[in-house]
Design a protein around this ligand. Sequence first.
Ligand SMILES: *Cc1c(COP(=O)(O)O)cnc(C)c1O
Length: 356
Amino acid sequence: MQSVKIQRSASLKPKPQDESKLGFGKVFTDHMFTMNYSGEKGWHDPQIVPYESVSLDPAASCLHYGQLIFEGMKAYRTKENKIVMFRPEQNMMRLNTGGERLCIPPIDVDFMVGAIAELVRIEADWVPYSEGTSLYIRPFIFSDEAFLGVHPSGTYRLLVILSPVGSYYAEGLAPIRIHVEDVYVRAVKGGTGYAKAAGNYAASLSSQVAAQKEGFAQVLWLDGVERKYVEEVGAMNVFFVIEDEIVTPELGGSILAGITRASVIELLKHWGMNVTERRVSIGELEDAYKAGELKEAFGTGTAAVISPIGELNRGGNAMKLSDGKIGSISQKLYDELTGIQRCEKPDPFGWVYSVI
Ligand SMILES: *Cc1c(COP(=O)(O)O)cnc(C)c1O
């Protein structure tokens, strides 16, 4: 195993004083992790260095053909002042799954989890203290060979940057309004929907902007072929409570396999609840709504953990859910997951990774 060379910054930045104003992804810490790939050496030269700009040849492949993949994970400060991460090996495995689709060479999962933990230890003072805050961890890989032919790059860079982030719910867990997107699609089976590939997010922006103009927080994507089956919400997976069934769209290549999603499914099963992964159409949801059987809907993702959905709006027809309140299953899952993530509840599945 290679060892990580550490070069400490000579001038540390002041830490944000007011943690209620952190927001998301605006402030970055003093150091970052970098590692390079070449055909001859494989992944090599892992280093933790002062945070700095990246210099690229204008012909660098990522700028033209988008071989760029990323991850999103968090480190949390517990009440005992320890620092932990949540299932980090899952994020590194997903980086390899998506990387394979984009011809990006795989990384060593255990090595990268260790390297990220090392970076977080060096930046421990940047992990915020207030309730609901965390240190967001953004690993990413991009191709940087200078050439204009369309073929996989011969060289890559992997970086990890860190950003202290505020509570997603400044005013407490609040239901969001969702616009059902029926013009554009996010992904199709056989495409790159299951990868956290940069281009997927570029393709989602116009829908996101249009929905936000109408006062919606996010869009709900439908499948790319029949425009009928529900896929996911923005950067969250989605669950619906229909009578006593909790249903989430099955993974089929077009949906991102969220780690929060997988954890929610495991928890629900552990509680003996009826959770199913299957195709669910927007028509089925509308019928269930009319019959009074659509009890709850919520999104799942690292940023929000659980995001209760208060309204699903398709072409002006609003389905209002849970009387604008937080559904009981959403609340229970939120409490349990955030409790495990902050070591305030037992961790029967071994999800918590101790950094300090
Ligand atoms: C990251 C992401 C999710 C959520 O994944 P988590 O691992 O739970 O954070 C869901 N959908 C999309 C499109 C995403 O990018």
